[in-house]
Design a protein around this ligand. Sequence first.
Ligand code: SF4
Length: 91
Amino acid sequence: MAGICAIVTGGPVSRRANLEDEKGESVARRPWVDNEQCISCGICIANCPQVFRFDAHGKSECYNPAGAAEDVIQTQAVELCPVSCIGWEEE
Ligand code: SF4
């Protein structure tokens, strides 16, 4: 469970992203799921359903980064993910 996933969690990652929510509004940073590490437990989706959902492959994806406050996403999804595969993208 260590490896790159632990590096990504809770801190900025080098991926560049279009930092906009689903309405096209800018957000300071957005959560990002390493879907290769996701075990589809559903914790992040249950706790932040306005932010995360299952994709077509049954993995979590962030579909609305502005769907909850950052501290809620951090404490209810990032910190509770059992495989630590949710991080933040920053510009
Ligand atoms: S909490 Fe982590 S492992 Fe569980 S569905 Fe969300 S991203 Fe996947």
